[in-house]
Design a protein around this ligand. Structure first.
Ligand code: CA
Ligand code: CA
Ligand code: CA
Length: 211
């Protein structure tokens, strides 16, 4: 868990940007906390050069059980409400797989059973996700990963590799969709009571004007 560390890092960037407002090409970034785990559509109004260059979306999956396939998704419309273009990136933060202890059937197949046991849960490895980007011409898959703790860095790296530079002009928007699914054929009792939390972070950073 490095929530505090992330926030401090972002605040550090904000402080640097604030101190650089007199420079002609200061890059701006700041913090917006948007704690939500409602799996619906939403809008993130982001402004580079303002106070809304970064947004966090928090998720908490628990108690999926072993019976059904659980799937869902959420689409965000990312609006650049500022007056200058911005480049959009995403990253995955604070991905934690808790085991929350093992009951009898779980303990037969799971030997890492601490409560909560961060890093010991198996739910994330059994949950597949995609991230889709729609720049106005339909969804394009840019990330495909599971939610195992070790997969955290893949979200940012695949975004860059697959989507390239994603520039949102002032006043325009793109849609980003995250889907998730668990396939009961791929797991068993090892995920009982396991929990999963993570934060998806959006950053919109001012495009540096070329001279
Ligand atoms: Ca468990
Ligand atoms: Ca375990
Ligand atoms: Ca487990």
């Amino acid at each position: 868990m490095n929530n505090k560390k992330v926030l401090l890092a972002i605040l550090g960037v904000g402080a640097v940007a604030g101190g650089g407002t007199l420079a002609t090409r200061a890059l701006f970034s700041d913090v917006e906390q948007s704690g939500s785990n409602v799996f619906t559509a939403g809008t993130l109004n982001m402004t580079v050069g303002g106070a809304d260059g970064t947004a966090f979306e928090s998720f908490n999956f628990t108690n999926l059980g072993v019976d059904g396939q659980v799937s869902g998704g959420k689409t965000w419309t990312i609006v650049n409400t500022g007056s200058v273009p911005g480049n959009l990136t995403i990253s995955m933060n604070n991905l934690v797989n808790n085991d929350n202890g093992c009951n009898e059937p779980e303990a037969i197949v799971d030997t890492t059973c601490a409560n909560p046991g961060p890093g010991e849960g198996e739910l994330g490895a059994a949950t597949t996700t995609t991230i889709l980007l729609d720049r106005g011409v339909g969804d394009v898959q840019v990330v495909s990963s599971n939610l195992a703790t070790a997969s955290q860095a893949l979200y940012a790296s695949q975004w860059v590799t697959s989507a390239g530079v994603v520039t949102i002009p002032a006043g325009e928007s793109v849609d980003v969709t995250m889907t998730w699914a668990t396939n009961p054929n791929t797991y068993g009792n090892e995920i009982q009571s396991d929990g999963l939390t993570f934060q998806l972070q959006y950053d919109l950073v001012q495009v540096v004007p070329s001279v």
